[in-house]
Write a protein that binds this ligand. Structure first.
Ligand SMILES: Nc1ncnc2c1ncn2[C@@H]1O[C@H](COP(=O)(O)OP(=O)(O)OP(=O)(O)O)[C@@H](O)[C@H]1O
Ligand SMILES: C[C@H](N)[C@H](N)CCCCCC(=O)O
Ligand SMILES: [Mg+2]
Length: 209
């Protein structure tokens, strides 16, 4: 079983962090957001701390905390730094690590390196988080194609949103990926409700890859 799992998405704002919080909690693992772009609002690590039930020491510190909520390559430039891939090495933590990218799989870290390049170097299985809303078939199949082109193993696709059975089944079939489950929209979004929803809609054994 891999020491870590990568959570990427078909886009920014699809629900990677909420899903990662649920997964890290269900695995009693740890969470790492290597590159955080945007510090004004609650960071992804803060959200995971609030929703996962993990102890604080299992939310690992980011390698880069960048002020501007935009693509990391640009956020780094605006902060006068350059993201060094050598700093994006997997931290040992003694627990199954859930690693969240930023935005979608081809989001740039520099002007000649994207997240998927780092995912390929890590050689870890990737969970793709996708919306269920109209447009997700294209976004999901494009993301799958981009990950596969880099030889990245896809553990499966996790949907977030209201059920759309045909889109979900179409993506799984045409993308040849396992449908891991669907996290419904939760209101309120809180730790217990999230843990219950994950347990109801996913099988933790599917992540033992
Ligand atoms: N299952 C859910 N139920 C209710 N709200 C959700 C759910 N999933 C995500 N959200 C909300 O949708 C917004 C985007 O979710 P999230 O931050 O997880 O996206 P993301 O893919 O991690 O974005 P980023 O690319 O910025 O990291 C947040 O306000 C979050 O609270
Ligand atoms: C700022 C946002 N919340 C994410 N952290 C970064 C999203 C980068 C998206 C880049 C793009 O696809 O245009
Ligand atoms: Mg996030």
């Amino acid at each position: 079983m891999s020491p870590a799992l990568v959570v990427t998405g078909t886009d920014t704002g699809v629900g990677k962090t909420v899903f990662a919080a649920a997964l890290a909690g269900a695995l009693a693992g740890a969470y790492w957001k290597p590159v955080q772009a945007g510090l004004e609002e609650e960071t992804d690590s803060d959200l995971v701390a609030r929703l996962s039930g993990l102890p604080a020491e299992r939310i690992l510190p980011e390698a880069y905390r960048l002020r501007t909520p935009c693509s990391p390559h640009r956020a780094a430039e605006l902060d006068g730094v350059a993201i060094d891939p050598a700093r994006l090495v997997l931290p040992g933590c003694g627990h199954r690590l859930v690693i969240e990218g930023a935005g979608g799989a081809l989001v740039p870290l520099t002007r000649d390196l994207v997240f998927a390049d780092i995912f390929a170097r890590w050689a870890l299985p990737v969970v793709l988080v996708a919306r269920t809303a109209l447009g997700t078939i294209n976004h999901s199949l494009l993301s799958i194609e981009a990950l596969r082109a880099r030889g990245i193993a896809i553990a499966g696709i996790a949907f977030v949103g209201e059920a759309n059975e045909d889109s979900e089944a179409t993506i799984a079939a045409m993308g040849d990926v396992r449908r891991l489950g669907r996290l419904p929209h939760l209101d309120p979004l809180d730790r217990d409700g999230l843990a219950r929803a994950f347990a109801a809609h996913f099988r933790v054994e599917d992540f033992a890859v």
